[in-house]
Design a protein around this ligand. Structure first.
Ligand SMILES: [Zn+2]
Length: 408
């Protein structure tokens, strides 16, 4: 999740000229074969917000948003991390109970669609789901504020199936600084370091998307397990504070971690960011229109924010960003961090998607583009999902070791 409505005002975006280019969707037979035999993992989707309004059926094909079962099937998306998200302004017991509500909402979707979805909490379960032809549903908590500074809450989340936690969202929490807030803790507090240690013990991946650079380095030092950046892109290509610098990507990789590239146009395209900055009135107008259409319904806000932004792009008021930008970021991250350290973290249903990557059906285009660029089939498989599964396996192994040690 990119933003609440308020930050949406700060962070809108997109691109989409009209039609035409879509014919370049042609996917080679080799790419299709590779894509649909690979395990494709997406580490960040905000569709959970849509589950909350009670009327959204993930089993039906929708014309808005990016994720539902038919479109995941069509795009060969095999494992999806549903984000448990709320604004970082919501804190205390309210944040805990809202997070538990969202966790149950994800579990309910799985219960309702047993032929298509299966809850997965381990790599073995993801692979088993793939073998059975089902989509693995996983969960990540996006923002440490939801544990209310209580390790028991973290344990409870892990017990209900959560397998990563982003240390902050867009505001600082009580124990870690965010990349988009004024530093208050100089990175991680002592308690924040305990949170990271407990995540290692529980087998919950440490996610450093959204955190400040100092928080990233503190977490990197404390975590015994490799970490992920579940939905971040490259700062060298687009100067957003929550994108990673080349040095951060190298340091993440040196400890076995993976950066999963975010498709949000405001994180992919410098031109888009510059246009947003130059036209603050457009952002304000989009924010006002979103509020008018959705009120406080977060699921609606996220979908409509993307739709309205596209209207501005069509009118030529914001630049069009093409999905090829995703490939540029993947390629840059591979060059800097190595092909074992890059994956996919779309931010579908929580951000503004580039032209040509409107929904999950478009995912084979990534495989096609990487093959065209000369990537080997083995390397493409790694980026599509195997790198993320490797980190999960490392985290599981360490968790078992640490749990054994603490019993001695
Ligand atoms: Zn986010």
């Amino acid at each position: 999740m990119l933003r609440s409505l308020l930050t949406a005002v700060l962070c809108v975006s997109i691109g989409g000229l009209l039609v035409t280019a879509v014919k370049s969707d042609d996917i080679s037979a080799r790419a299709k074969k590779l894509h649909f035999s690979s395990i494709v993992v997406d580490t960040h989707d905000d569709t959970t917000q849509r589950f909350l309004d009670g009327n959204f059926d993930i089993g039906a094909r929708h014309t808005d948003g990016s994720i539902d079962i038919p479109r995941m099937r069509e795009g060969g998306l095999d494992a999806i991390f549903f984000s448990i998200w709320m604004s970082s302004k919501i804190m205390g017991p309210d944040a805990v109970s809202r997070a538990l509500t969202q966790i149950e909402a994800v579990r309910e979707q799985v219960r309702t669609h047993p032929k298509d979805l299966v809850l997965a909490t381990t790599v073995a379960e993801v692979r088993a789901a793939h073998k059975e032809g089902k989509i693995a549903a996983l969960m990540g908590v996006e923002g440490g504020h939801m544990i209310n500074s209580d390790l028991d809450v973290l344990r409870k989340f892990a017990g209900r199936g959560v397998r990563y936690m982003t240390l902050t969202h867009s505001g600082n929490d009580e124990w870690a600084d965010s990349s988009t807030d004024t530093p208050a803790h100089n990175g991680l507090t002592d308690f924040g370091k305990d949170v990271v240690r407990e995540m290692n013990r529980l087998g919950v991946m440490v996610d450093i998307s959204h955190v400040s650079d100092k928080t990233f380095y503190d977490a990197l030092e404390v975590s015994k397990a490799p970490m992920i950046a579940s939905h971040s892109s490259c700062r060298a290509l687009c100067d957003a504070p929550r994108n990673m610098t080349d040095q951060m990507m190298k340091d993440l990789a040196a400890k076995g971690g993976v950066i999963q590239i975010n498709y949000h146009v405001g994180f992919l395209s410098q031109e888009f960011r510059d246009a947003e900055k130059a036209n603050p009135d457009i952002n304000k107008a989009i924010g006002a229109e979103v509020q008018k259409r959705c009120g406080d319904n977060e699921g609606c806000q996220l979908i409509e924010g993307d739709r309205i932004t596209r209207e501005y792009v069509k009118q030529g008021k914001l630049p069009r960003v093409d999905f090829a930008k995703i490939i540029e970021h993947i390629d840059h991250a591979v060059k800097v961090a190595g092909v074992d350290h890059v994956g996919l973290g779309s931010d579908f249903d929580g951000a503004n998607m580039p032209y040509g990557m409107e929904d999950a059906t478009k995912l084979p285009k990534i495989t096609n583009a990487l093959l065209k660029k000369g990537y080997s089939e083995g390397d493409v498989k790694k980026i599509l999902g195997e790198n993320t599964l490797r980190v999960m396996a490392d985290v599981e192994r360490l968790s078992r070791e640490l749990s054994r040690q603490s019993k001695k």
